[in-house]
Write a protein that binds this ligand. Structure first.
Ligand code: GLP
Length: 299
């Protein structure tokens, strides 16, 4: 099931195949967002026909703003990137392009409209399909990813319920793209983003946990205090389908970027900082260093 053996052969990752999760803690959210954008840009630059899995949510807005800046400055080229978004609401009115609450609209607004990506190469699950075609649309989405050769790197946020994508508690770790019913926690988290909170749909189409685990690399970003408890449970707690994000512990190439607030409940955060500061694979991502030698205090 996860990860598939053939994936190892296909891995084309400038940082090599990792066997443990890398946890990177930056002092501020802005620095965590910038670092996340740099990891994405570097991955695209290393492999132009990059299959990039994308995420929505407030956490990602500045990551995309940074990528837009880099693209405009000629530092990253999206022209051959193929993207696959994690999820989309089911039950919104009108069209994905025009409905301001849709994740397609979010992606166009924050990223696709401002970079040189070919929109035909951008994919978002079709939560706007007619009711009796939703299942087929979910299956077709899986096929599209497979036809593209799989996702090279999946960007992830984390919801307060511990969800990745919209994989709410009790989602099977082998789940694939499908329609799910959202939880009360997610309603409380996301409905303030709607003009009329009661307009938030109660269903969504999301990649499954198994779909996410099939990506060759996972990159999760979480920022701010409100995520501290769920981040600690996801990274240091026992693996459980009650918290979909714990599935990252089963992946062999997962990177987690946090700001100090989101990392504040991690028991071993000093260890992660020490490892990050001394890992040659992350040398290019270190904050400027004044002296040489072992770094004992990572920011
Ligand atoms: C939504 C998305 C998730 C996202 C989460 C976090 O529910 N489906 O993919 O990770 O929200 O959102 P935010 O970044 O706004 O905290």
């Amino acid at each position: 099931m996860f990860p598939r053996d053939k994936k190892h052969e296909q891995t084309n990752n400038p940082l090599g195949v990792r066997k443990e999760m890398d946890i990177i803690v930056m002092p501020t959210a802005a620095e965590a967002e910038l670092l996340t954008a740099r990891i994405i840009a570097d991955a695209i630059n290393a492999k132009p026909f990059y299959k990039l899995g994308l995420a929505t949510g407030r956490t990602m807005e500045n990551v995309y703003a940074q990528l837009v800046k880099m693209n405009k400055a000629g530092k990253v080229d999206f022209s051959r990137v193929i993207s696959f978004n994690l999820d989309e609401y089911v039950g919104l009115k009108g069209t994905a392009e025009k409905n301001k609450d849709s994740y397609r609209y979010f992606m166009n607004y924050h990223l696709f409209n401002h970079v040189n990506i070919d929109k035909r190469n951008t994919h978002v699950p079709n939560g706007f399909a007619p009711e009796d075609e939703l299942e087929a649309a979910a299956a077709a989405y899986e096929e599209e990813m497979e036809d593209a050769g799989g996702v090279d790197m999946q960007l992830l946020g984390i919801g307060r319920s511990g969800h990745i994508g919209f994989n709410e508690p009790m989602s099977s770790f082998s789940s694939r793209t499908r329609v799910v019913t959202l939880t009360k926690t997610t309603f409380e988290q996301n409905s303030p983003l709607f003009k009329k909170p009661e307009d938030m749909p109660m269903r969504a189409m999301t990649m499954g946990v198994g779909t996410c685990l099939d990506a060759k690399r996972l990159l999760l970003l979480a920022t701010h205090k409100e995520k501290a408890n769920i981040v600690a449970a996801a990274l240091e707690g026992p693996v459980t389908s009650m918290i979909s994000a714990t599935a990252l512990q089963l992946h062999d190439n997962a990177v987690v970027v946090l700001d100090a607030d989101a990392a504040s409940k991690l028991k071993y955060r000093d260890e992660y900082a020490f490892q990050f500061a001394n890992d040659p694979k992350w040398a290019a991502y270190q904050p400027a260093r004044k002296s040489s030698g072992r770094k004992t205090k990572a920011k």
